[in-house]
Design a binder for this molecule. Structure first.
Ligand SMILES: [Zn+2]
Ligand SMILES: [Zn+2]
Length: 456
């Protein structure tokens, strides 16, 4: 008997399906669906930023884009809920714009909820979104899905992995993670949480592939703190650090460094202020790290200034670009000031960043990119091969489903899973239907996947 893909794509009571509409075969705009017993569960709803140097099959050229949600929007009465695993833009960014097409409850931790409420307030979008706050490490039931939220480590407060249990099987969805035994904020990585899953017959582990091409282990946020301290403590002039505004741990590190080196810390950029506001509201900003008003920075002696600025990827409207063009209202950089890039250079942004560096060098401002630095001034929030291997060995799933990566990352992650003894590895892309139970198989391109523009 030939097995056919059910035409209505409705999962039965014995089915457990995984259907990524975004973030599988690419990095960005994560949108995952799980199907069981006539219901769907969405995990994450993020954006991606258009990059003309990274061609995709999509003709959309809007600056901000999301996964095309048509498949699930057409079945919204079957969508039991939406889980947001953490507050990075590639996981949360599209939700305020797409939510009216879903209309169901949203589940997330308090920090992600705070970010979501700020996004909704800033954009003037629908205020009716029911946001249900789940404490980190908590549990909840959403339709036929029972969810255990599991504290993991990443580069933003309250990152959560998920154990999704159904009558047909269990999925361990890692979301974004790394093993950080000494994060600057939040709890250290606890192996026991994941070792416990080994006895639970995990059907599939859906896993972050971002750094699956890199051998070994990622470095801890604390090691990055020490590297940044080494560089900044040797400086006599102004120091500007540019990085990702959501990395509260990194900002806390810079706060401690400012105090230890007799500098005042100021934040330049709305995204940065917004994130720190949310961190404060949720109790993640230590009381002993003062911030000074950006407008006061210009009056300070050069050796007392530590500025954190948005715009590490060369974004033309961000604070760092304005500093590089002497267009910032609060600070004129001078000869011998130092700009540190405490961030990776995201592929495709090379031209923008080299233009930014040329502008800074014209002002005789020195620059240091993380890739050229002898000291560690940036660490990634994603797992290298050593960490992937460990987590597969802890959890011992029957099937590995690598996601959150381009095809090469996904293949590399599958290779690590195979070597770690995971019996089956399913690789695919957006729109593929991964049948996890009862008879595991992949239906390529079961659903039309694509991109849509997000109006900002
Ligand atoms: Zn991500
Ligand atoms: Zn993330």
């Amino acid at each position: 008997m030939t097995v056919r893909l059910p035409a209505d794509l409705l999962p039965g009571p014995n089915d457990l399906w995984f259907l990524p509409l975004g973030g599988c075969g690419e990095i960005g705009m994560n949108l995952n669906l799980y199907g069981h017993d006539s219901r769907w569960l969405m995990v994450d709803c993020g954006v991606t930023f258009y990059n003309p140097l990274q061609p995709t099959a999509s003709p959309i050229t809007a600056e901000v884009q999301a996964a095309d949600p048509t498949f699930i929007a057409k079945r919204k009465e079957l969508l039991a809920g939406i889980i947001i695993t953490h507050a990075h833009e590639d996981h949360i960014g599209a939700l305020p714009f797409l939510w009216p097409r879903f209309g169901c409850p949203v589940y997330c931790t308090p920090f992600a909820a705070e970010i979501l409420r700020r996004k909704i307030a800033n954009s003037g979008l629908s205020q009716d979104m029911p946001i249900i706050e789940i404490p980190p490490g908590g549990t909840c039931n959403i339709g036929p899905f029972s969810i255990n939220w599991l504290n993991i480590t990443h580069s933003i407060p309250e990152p959560q992995a998920l154990l999704i249990s159904t009558a047909a099987g269990k999925v361990f969805h890692t979301a974004d993670w790394k093993i950080d035994k000494a994060p600057m904020t939040g709890r250290p990585f606890k192996p026991q949480v994941f070792k416990r899953l080994a006895g639970q017959d995990i059907t599939a582990m859906v896993c972050d592939s971002t750094n699956a091409l890199k051998p070994g282990f990622s470095e801890s946020e604390t090691a990055c703190y020490q590297g940044l301290y080494q560089v900044i403590s040797a400086e006599k002039q102004r120091v500007v650090v540019s990085g990702f505004s959501s990395n509260i741990g990194r900002l806390i590190s810079l706060g401690h460094i400012a105090r230890r080196t007799g500098r005042y810390l100021a934040l330049f950029g709305r995204a940065m202020e917004n994130m720190v506001g949310a961190a404060r509201a949720c109790g993640y900003w230590p009381d002993d790290i003062p911030l000074i008003e950006p407008s006061h920075v210009g009056y300070l002696p050069a050796n007392e200034v530590l500025v954190v600025a948005t715009g590490s990827q060369g974004e033309s409207r961000a604070a760092l670009s304005r500093l590089a063009q002497h267009r910032h209202p609060h600070l004129l950089l001078e000869e011998n000031d130092l700009v540190l890039f405490s961030a990776i250079l995201i592929p495709g942004n090379e031209m923008l960043v080299s233009r930014l560096i040329a502008q800074l060098n014209m002002l005789k401002v020195r620059t240091l990119q993380s890739a050229d630095s002898a000291e560690l001034i940036h660490v990634s929030g994603h797992p290298n091969q050593g960490e992937l291997d460990l987590l597969y060995r802890y959890v011992q799933p029957a099937i590995a489903v690598p996601v959150h990566g381009e095809a090469a990352h996904i293949q590399a992650n599958a290779g690590v899973a195979r070597a770690a003894g995971v019996p089956q590895q399913f690789t695919g892309q957006n729109g593929d239907l991964f049948v996890l139970a009862p008879q595991p198989r992949v239906w390529p391109q079961a659903v039309t996947a694509g991109r849509i523009a997000v109006e900002h």
